[in-house]
Design a protein around this ligand. Structure first.
Ligand SMILES: *Cc1c(COP(=O)(O)O)cnc(C)c1O
Length: 436
């Protein structure tokens, strides 16, 4: 089938993320991807600035991950996890235990990040029942501009304003929302930043089963980096009031913020952590909710020791085999240096845009570089400019942001930053000539 025909079927019949049918915006057919390059069907090559939404840590089409997938296919692609187990799941679990804080060692595998968040919330609820809390202790506290996924309860804890979910507000369970942590990562800690959480828990702790937040980096809700002290104080408050603390590291896990897990910036161990996105190196869909042994023990000792969830594709062997290999590759690689180098190159490169009228703030943490604009980005016109300049960068909201695969070369990264700035400058009519 020729690409024009394919594109037309796509446009009329397939929904893309947060899109219309027929699609009002173009989608670009990708024929193949290799390393940090996406090759479009028309032969154009784009340097990848997205890692396919935090996932493709090692770039695309990696021989080691390909081999791991092929080897597992020869054994089995999938078997049910009810009553059966397999080596890929156990190997992956051991690999996770090796890198997570020690008490986080009870693992539940799901097929997507949103479902991992659902499971994490169930764990918190079952834990509260297990320790004798009444059923009315069933609500969650969350942070404005947070993002936790698109399924129902995950959606209910997404920031209500920045979220794409306000449409459903009337049907969603009501949760308690805290202001975005006011102290930024690179600034001074302002003690009053924690006051809203302290006040909320003081007043409502008997209703609140858990506090869920993305540690350090708020991702899809605004690409905002906040102060580690917030997490230390949150831990103390949750301990004091018996609230389960859930860290959603689906985006930040596996090195993206410069630490293996963002929680390491604060030295805080949550009660439950969710993982996903980069878990399989971007190959297959797999996620996990991992809880503190104390949470699992409490549930196990209760009248209802069963954790009530069990997806069809739970712990899919193919995904687990690739994930175990991806984690091994990550740990064998000099990822800290790579991420630090990406960070310093993006900080230098993106600084050029700091004075532009269209730019509100430039910020960089780990392998995440953000241009926050004053207003929503005109994706319909900016996206084709970025593609014309040979880069794959997908703006959202007020943000043009870069999070390349960790294996990006210095030349590729320089190209990515320069061409992104060139496209933005052109779009907004900024006078800018890149340094030679
Ligand atoms: C992407 C994301 C999710 C949802 O994961 P899916 O696999 O898309 O369902 C949840 N939490 C955070 C922090 C995310 O970035």
């Amino acid at each position: 089938m020729d690409w024009n025909t394919l594109a037309e079927i796509d446009r009329r019949h397939i929904w893309h993320p947060y899109a219309t049918i027929p699609n009002r915006l173009p989608v670009y057919p990708v024929a193949r991807a290799q390393g940090c390059t996406l090759e479009l069907a028309d032969g154009r090559r784009l340097i990848d600035g997205m890692s396919s939404w935090w996932a493709a840590l090692h770039g695309y089409n990696h021989p080691r991950l390909n081999r791991a997938a092929a080897a597992q296919l020869e054994n089995m692609s999938h078997v049910m996890f009810g009553g059966l187990t397999h080596e890929p799941a156990v190997r992956l679990t051991q690999a996770l235990l090796d890198i997570l804080p020690a008490p986080l060692n009870r693992v539940f595998y799901t097929d997507s990040g949103s479902v991992a968040v659902e499971v994490a919330m169930k764990m918190a609820l079952q834990y509260q029942r297990a320790v004798g809390q009444p059923e009315s202790r069933c609500r969650f506290a969350a942070v404005r501009a947070g993002y936790h996924g698109d399924t129902w309860h995950a959606m209910s804890v997404c920031g209500p304003e920045t979220g794409i979910h306000s449409l459903f507000a009337a049907g969603l369970p009501l949760q308690y929302f805290l202001p975005q942590p006011a102290s930024p990562f690179h600034g001074e800690w302002q003690p009053e930043s924690i006051a809203p959480l302290a006040d909320l828990l003081a007043q409502k702790h008997h209703e609140i089963a858990g506090l869920i937040l993305e540690p350090i980096v708020q991702g899809a809700g605004g690409m905002y980096f906040y102060h580690p002290e917030y997490l230390r104080r949150a831990r103390e408050l949750c301990d004091h009031y018996g609230v389960a603390l859930i860290f959603d590291e689906i985006a930040t896990g596996f090195g993206r913020s410069g630490k293996m897990f963002a929680l390491e910036h604060a030295g805080v161990v949550p009660d439950i952590i969710t993982l996903g996105k980069g878990l399989t190196g971007g190959y297959l869909t797999l996620a996990a909710a991992v809880c503190h042994e104390r949470i699992a023990q409490a549930i196990d000792e209760s009248d209802h020791p069963w954790l009530m969830h069990g997806p069809t594709f739970m712990a899919n062997p193919l995904a687990c085999a690739v994930a175990a290999e991806s984690l091994a590759m990550l740990r064998e690689s000099p990822w800290q240096e790579r991420v630090a180098q990406i960070e310093s190159m993006m900080r230098d490169g993106l600084a050029a845009a700091a004075g532009w009228r269209c730019v509100r703030e430039v910020r960089v943490l780990g392998a995440i570089g953000v241009l926050e604009m004053h207003a929503p980005v005109p994706t319909a016109t900016l996206q084709p400019r970025l593609v014309d300049k040979g880069v794959w960068v997908r703006p959202f909201g007020n943000m043009v942001y870069l999070m390349p695969p960790f294996v990006i070369s210095a030349d590729e990264l320089q190209f990515l930053v320069r061409q992104t700035l060139a496209a933005v400058a052109e779009e907004y009519g900024e006078e800018w000539t890149p340094a030679a």
